[in-house]
Design a protein around this ligand. Structure first.
Ligand SMILES: [Zn+2]
Length: 269
């Protein structure tokens, strides 16, 4: 047994029973954006290389603030620097461990490095991702349609809903509700809830918890508004601290995907 670096939870070598999404594999990487919203705003950090793979140009780090591709959100990009060397972080992928793929020289294991994130890209993703929570919550409350897929991009994102039958006219009113909520400037918080509490607080159908392994007993949840009055949703992603940061949502497109599925495309202005 190894100690999980996240709050010292007990941890087996390949699967953390609490947070499998950030400490799978035999390298324990502390994920700096997980603990609280403040962590999502970390643009630079120091770490140590714990594994270096010249063959596929990747490194694993003792800690990272880079978001790896997943959950409909693209990977972060940025730079790793050490001594007189500097490499671009091209892509970050979870594959047992969290692999940082580099363009440029590869620092060896044991090397202390300074890392910086492409903040413009990341902040765009954080805003779009938080907007996804908000839009999904409004659609769920109005129409009982679940979010069954999503793809975040910095400039334009989409969410798939099912079962869905709303019109573009309905979506104008949804857009207004989302923008009214943004205007109310609700805070966003990260908390840990026991799984039973999430099952009680999050309505059935809104989020499919059955896909999470039964061994996961504590979930990271994202709360929008006081005590999550606007939305409570389990999520491992990066979010903004207050929805006022989203600016204004513009629903650009409604597209029927067949079998009662509707895709909504949106941007933030
Ligand atoms: Zn999220």
């Amino acid at each position: 047994m190894l100690d999980c670096v996240f709050k010292g939870y007990p941890h087996d070598k390949y699967r953390c029973p609490h947070y499998p999404y950030f400490c799978e594999g035999d390298i324990l990487t502390e994920v700096l954006y997980m603990k609280d919203i403040k962590g999502c705003y970390l643009r630079e950090f120091d770490a140590m290389v714990v594994r270096s793979d010249e063959d596929n140009s990747s490194v694993e780090l003792s800690k990272t603030a880079f978001y790896p591709l997943g959950g409909g959100q693209p990977s972060d990009k940025g730079f790793i620097e050490w001594e007189n060397e500097r490499s671009a972080v091209r892509e970050v992928i979870k594959r047992k461990g969290i692999l940082h793929f580099l363009d440029g020289p590869i620092p060896p294991a044991g090397k202390k490095v300074h890392c910086s994130i492409d903040w413009n890209l990341r902040y765009g993703h954080m805003k779009m991702h938080t907007a996804q929570h908000l839009l999904s919550a409004v659609i769920w409350n109005r129409y009982g349609a679940s979010t069954v897929g999503n793809q975040i991009h910095k400039d334009r994102s989409h969410i798939d809903f099912h079962p869905a039958s709303f019109s573009m006219e309905d979506l104008k009113s949804v857009e207004k509700e989302v923008n009214d909520l943004i205007g109310e400037a609700h805070s966003v918080k990260v908390e840990e809830y026991p799984r039973e509490l999430v099952e009680k607080k999050v309505e059935k159908g809104k989020v499919d918890l059955s896909r999470l392994p039964a061994s996961i007993s504590t979930l990271r949840v994202i709360l929008i508004g006081d005590n999550g009055k606007i939305d409570i949703c389990p999520c491992a992603g990066t979010h903004v601290a207050n929805i006022s940061e989203l600016g204004r949502m513009n629903i650009v497109k409604r597209k029927s995907k067949g079998s009662g599925k509707i895709r909504i495309e949106y941007e933030l202005l």
